[in-house]
Design a binder for this molecule. Structure first.
Ligand code: LLP
Length: 441
């Protein structure tokens, strides 16, 4: 750790190191490294904007999660939506991970990398008949059903296929996860799941259906959760429902606790995997069940950075300073969508430079295309590079092609080697599905 790096970075990265033990990005002689690769060397080969992921960080996070649940029977079903790059999925499958999917596309991705269908769970409020059919035919572990109508659809499709569909009900426990309202999912006003007050009666009707096999119960209360209480309270509500079901002879094998464990972006103080495991398992004591976990952000969030080049710097009225970079909200939506904070650090530190206050802005024609407002940092010149930190989760997976900008390339680092794991979109990639009607040509 260098003394001369910007203060904020030192604070964050010291925090990460002590609390989460995830320290795969560091400065060595003023150069940012990912594992043992110099980030500017990676950019020289693959350009910017570029996502760079640390394999060992991902592996370590996965292992922390499995270690924390130790002797409890459990499956870590990585939440594919957090980062669905095939190389990352394959890395996790090789470690024995299952997958949490929310669309036919994600299910295909999971199968493409050889994920055992018996470790795949499928949630989502709007599964179509085709998606449900595909899931049943694939023989996945469990469909997390989110409404009574969906339950009937599953029953009808399963009966037409003459297969018993493995189903858990996703319960909405009405718990405040104390996170950003846009990523709360377990409050009664949210669209997700079946009300905890109705759950037992829906289970009873599931029991009467010929092609439904009740395999479990599930919930997911939100994302970037930093406290024990919401998790603990959700589990208490699930246990109560499980007890009511046991009393009427409906056994529950799998307890799917969703995802949601938060990470450090700035100065958060997240739970360790061990704290989290305690909050989940203590209320479930005495149950003979398999715990299914659906972590996304915890596994990949701190393992990725988005590297971007400074294109211009300029000053507006009132000495407002702007640093215009070549990444934009089409590459990383979190700041514009949730006002999310991401640390932004230079790829090369110049210790002699005094910090300035700047706005880091993308090239898209919208005011919200901004990564940071009034950020104190080392001034940069056109041609220099910045790293937007902790963008491994919900970065590339939410990227789009607004302004006809191709989505960026992705690189996976392994020790002192780095591998291109996705090319950047070309203009042909963006336009090739468009059809020009004859009358225009
Ligand atoms: N399981 C279900 C059913 C989910 O809906 C989610 C996330 C997860 C698991 C994984 O949650 P995690 O462990 O990553 O917190 N785009 C937002 C986050 C949306 C999360 C949606 N659901 C963001 O960038 O913060």
């Amino acid at each position: 750790m260098q003394k001369l790096m910007p203060k904020r970075v030192e604070k964050t990265y010291l925090g990460s190191m002590t609390k989460c033990n995830q320290f795969e990005f560091e400065y060595r002689q003023n150069h940012l490294f990912c594992e043992d690769c110099r980030v500017d060397e990676i950019i020289k080969k693959h350009g910017t904007p570029l996502y760079v992921y640390s394999r060992s960080n991902i592996v370590e996070q996965f292992k922390q999660m499995t270690r924390a649940f130790g002797t409890h029977t459990h499956v870590v079903c990585y939440s594919v939506k957090a980062n669905s790059n095939g190389a990352i999925l394959k890395t996790l499958v090789n470690l024995g991970a299952g997958m949490d999917v929310v669309s036919g596309g994600e299910l295909r991705r999971a199968l493409n990398v050889g994920c055992d269908p018996k470790k795949i769970v499928y949630s989502g409020v709007g599964k179509t008949a085709n998606e449900i059919r595909f899931a049943i035919q694939t023989g996945i572990l469990q469909i997390n059903c989110e409404s009574e109508q969906e339950l009937s659809t599953i029953q009808n499709i399963a009966s037409s296929l003459n297969i018993k569909a493995p189903v858990a009900l996703r319960v909405n426990p009405d718990i405040d996860p104390k996170t950003h309202p846009y990523i709360s999912t377990g409050l009664k006003e949210n669209k997700f799941g079946i009300s905890h007050l109705k759950a037992v009666s829906v289970y009873k009707s599931a029991l009467s259906m010929s092609h439904i096999e009740i395999t479990g119960i599930s919930c997911h209360i939100g994302s970037q959760i930093l406290e024990c209480e919401p998790f603990r309270n959700a589990m208490i509500k699930l246990k109560d429902i499980i007890n009511q079901l046991a009393a009427i002879n409906i056994p529950v094998k799998n307890v799917d606790v969703g995802g949601g464990l938060g990470i450090i972006y700035n100065n958060e103080n997240p739970l360790t995997a061990t704290d989290y495991a305690r909050a989940i398992t203590e209320p479930l004591t005495g149950l003979d069940c398999t715990i299914l976990l659906e972590p996304g952000r915890f596994i990949v969030g701190n393992a990725g950075i988005l590297v971007t080049k400074v294109i211009y710097v300029k000053e507006g009225d009132h000495k407002e300073h702007f640093t215009i970079v070549d990444a934009a909200f089409n590459d990383l939506k979190r700041p514009m969508l949730y006002g999310a904070y991401h640390e932004i650090i230079p790829v090369m530190v110049s210790p002699e430079k005094k910090t300035i206050t700047t706005n880091i802005e993308g090239p898209i024609c919208e005011t919200t295309d901004r990564f940071a407002r009034h950020r104190e940092m080392q001034p940069t010149e056109p041609g220099e590079y910045l790293a937007i930190m902790s963008t491994g989760a919900y970065g590339m997976s939410m990227a789009c092609t607004y302004n006809s900008r191709g989505r960026p390339a992705e690189v996976l680092v392994k020790g002192d080697q780095f591998f291109l794991v996705r090319k950047a979109d070309s203009i042909e990639d963006i336009t090739h599905n468009e059809i020009m009607p004859g009358f225009l040509t």
